[in-house]
Design a protein around this ligand. Structure first.
Ligand SMILES: [Zn+2]
Length: 714
């Protein structure tokens, strides 16, 4: 009881008293910062993105216990909720995400309509779900609730006025469902692993744009309020825990002598797959309580496994990067912390500084992001891309708190772009060696594959507006158009880079991050930052990429050279075959062997790149001005013209993107499944043998050809 009072007093002051002293802000020592204080540089009130902006604040304190026999987390949660909105609230909503893994849930019923009975088949013991045992206000008065599957409505006992706060006290249990999806029980080699995600009653976001978000959880994406999480997790003593937040009692639960034994380097020669050793034995009834505190986060996740071994790298910035690998995989996770650290460094340098003191990459057979911790899988070096992606989410999701349920492209698409951004820089050399065969020098394998994935979906007719609710994309067999949030956004961002030029594009991304980190941006906020940073009207760009399913398709129709007094006037006829409008970079190859770059803008603004000549703009829409005659003065004849040699333009059909009657032809080696080139017709052949009574055995060649044949685009 006493402990309880001390805890409440601490909460009343807005900060755990132990850390109340003021320290200069440093992500490596962010503990001293109270979320709602002037010292917190990330608190939205200290630098609102615009005057009048507001968002709600949360302050969670949880004490929970893991029952490894029943696979249940049980405990209580105290939530202080601050209403910074101009509205008086008489009720609030909570997410009970795990209820989607109960029989009869909306997710279950939806899956059944698609012939998926995975949830329907679960026994009661195997179902997931969060049960609310008790919910009261700060004065222990019961609150009226109604639960509709994953959404719980709570009616307040008194209206919550603007600027006021209220408290919820909740006793709950959450059961790990048998379906291993993000939150999961995942044993291996005789050791239990529990990964707890979206595991507690989490208040819905009430934001300045749409008010309450009450989406039922159908498996797609999350949204949360920023604030503080103080979490104590009690479990059998042998478990090693990785979680969001600062581990307050490290000396008690993970003292140096234990860390020494857990060092991943100790297991570098252990055969892959061999049963893990026991470092902390199980003793019935012996538990440890791991105590974490996280500031400036909108979620809290954790993973626990007795066989976790730990790699560690400290960056110059003070950020600690940990790899948690199961011992049986430790030999192939030796460079995990190092690579994960390099990823943090890359994004911190190029997008904006990482705002937390640590990052964990955990070996949890997953691919999912949470603040300061990502659940990963695989092994070196194949996990590089996964780390680059999930860590990237700590920028686009973690620090930029998008409403990703509503618009998944805002976090998934931007993160997909970041992934290839860091992969090109960190693993670039390896990629370049492999990509020699790719048609464009500047295009990495990663970029090529993302673009091809978008093209594959779009050209088969499953393109969709990116401004679509994450649950509303069409689930066609084999072509789930939800994946557009990754690949089409990825392509859009490369095309924005193509439109703006490298430095202005990067400046835009940085400005967006700096303005909106630890806030709740929407698509229009990115658009707004882009327009104000570049001083260019980009509405046409965002409209056509986000709100339509138009095709992007340009062609070079012909080249003529007219003799002039001091050289030639080249006339290059370019055609817009698709509906989308984009500026066109043209590379001209002259008879004297030199090259000349020109660009055709779509309005009165053009990127300024040294050595690139800007031509008069091409105003066109629908069937207005389908063609454009580029006139360029050149010292010798133009032999050929090529649209976008950088390979960034998301053109759907590139065989006609260069002048000449015949497209490039590439001959593939027999029996190899070649990746179809973007700018060439692929010929494939294989020797054939057949037999008939008249001729006996005959040998021949089977020849087939196609453009981008992987998607049936003959
Ligand atoms: Zn993602």
């Amino acid at each position: 009881m006493k402990k309880w009072i001390v805890l409440l007093l601490g909460l009343g002051l807005g900060v755990v008293p132990l850390f109340a002293q003021n320290r200069p802000y440093d992500p490596a020592h962010s503990l001293g910062i109270s979320f709602r204080s002037q010292e917190n540089p990330y608190y939205w009130k200290n630098s609102p993105p615009y005057p009048g902006y507001w968002q709600q604040d949360v302050d969670y304190t949880m004490e929970v216990r893991l029952n490894t026999k029943t696979h249940t987390i049980a405990g209580h949660e105290i939530l202080n909720y601050y209403n910074n909105s101009p509205d008086t609230l008489t009720f609030v909503y909570f997410h009970l995400y795990q209820n989607s893994f109960k029989k009869g849930s909306y997710l279950d019923l939806l899956r059944r309509t698609n012939g998926d009975y995975s949830i329907a088949k679960l026994s009661q013991k195997e179902e997931g779900g969060t049960r609310i045992l008790k919910i009261t206000d700060g004065l222990d008065r019961a609150l009226k609730v109604s639960i509709d599957n994953t959404i719980m409505k709570v009616v307040l006992n008194r209206p919550l006025l603007p600027g006021d706060s209220t408290r919820f006290k909740i006793e709950f249990t959450t059961h790990f469902s048998k379906i291993p999806h993000r939150m999961k029980y995942n044993p291996s080699h005789g050791f239990d692993q529990f990964t707890a995600t979206q595991w507690y009653p989490k208040i819905s976001v009430y934001d300045r744009r749409f008010g309450w978000t009450t989406d039922q959880h159908l498996g797609h994406e999350f949204y949360g309020e920023f604030g503080t999480f103080d979490v104590k997790i009690t479990l059998p003593q042998e478990f090693i825990v990785g979680a969001t937040g600062y581990l307050l009692n490290r000396n008690e639960v993970l003292p140096p002598e234990l860390m020494e034994k857990l060092k991943i380097e100790n297991f570098k020669n252990k055969p892959f797959g061999e049963k893990p050793s026991v470092i902390v034995p199980h003793v019935d009834g012996k538990t440890k309580t791991w105590h974490y505190r996280a500031v400036n986060v909108h979620d809290f996740a954790w993973t626990a496994d007795p066989s976790y071994r730990i790699g560690e790298v400290t960056l110059k910035s003070g950020v600690r990067v940990y790899a948690f690998a199961r011992e049986w995989k430790a030999s192939k996770w030796q460079d995990a912390a190092k690579f994960a650290a390099a990823v943090i460094q890359t994004y911190s340098r190029d997008i904006g500084p990482y705002g937390y003191h640590k990052m964990i990459v955990a070996d949890a057979d997953e691919g999912m992001e949470y603040p300061m911790i990502t659940m990963d899988g695989g092994e070196s070096p194949r996990y590089y891309g996964l780390f680059a992606h999930e860590e990237g989410h700590n920028w686009f999701y973690g620090m930029l708190g998008n409403n990703e349920t509503y618009r998944a492209f805002e976090d998934e698409g931007f993160t997909q772009f970041l992934t290839s951004w860091s992969m090109e820089r960190l693993v670039g050399r390896k990629i370049d060696q492999k990509t020699k065969k790719f048609p464009f020098k500047g295009v990495s394998r990663d970029r090529y594959r993302n673009f091809m994935a978008y093209l594959g979906i779009a050209r088969l007719g499953y393109d969709a507006q990116l401004t679509t609710h994450s649950d509303w994309f069409e689930n066609s067999v084999g072509y789930n158009s939800y994946r557009l949030v990754y690949y089409k956004t990825f392509t859009m961002l490369y095309n924005l880079q193509y439109v703006l030029g490298d430095s202005l594009f990067l400046k835009t991304l940085q400005k967006y991050f700096a303005t909106w980190k630890f806030r709740h941006p929407y698509e229009l906020d990115f658009r707004n930052v882009a327009i104000h940073t570049t001083h260019k009207d980009l509405n046409w760009f965002f409209d056509e990429w986000l709100n339509f399913t138009w095709s992007l398709d340009y062609a070079v129709k012909g080249v003529k050279n007219k003799k002039t007094d001091d050289g030639y006037l080249a006339e290059i006829l370019v055609k817009r075959k698709g509906q989308m409008i984009m500026p066109i970079d043209l590379e001209l190859t002259l008879a004297d062997g030199s090259k000349k770059m020109v660009t055709i803008p779509v309005d009165y603004w053009s990127k300024s790149v040294p050595g690139i000549e800007v031509l008069p703009n091409w105003y066109g829409i629908g069937n207005l001005n389908r063609t454009y005659l580029a006139k360029v003065k050149v010292p010798s004849k133009v032999k050929s013209a090529q649209i976008d040699p950088s390979g960034r333009l998301g053109d759907w059909y590139r065989l006609d993107n260069r002048s000449g009657i015949l497209p490039k032809i590439k001959v593939a080696k027999p029996f190899r499944s070649a990746e179809p080139p973007l700018d060439a017709y692929l010929l494939q052949w294989r020797p054939n043998a057949w037999f008939n009574d008249v001729d006996g055995v005959q040998l021949g060649i089977h020849l087939s050809g196609a453009y981008l044949n992987r998607f049936g685009m003959g």
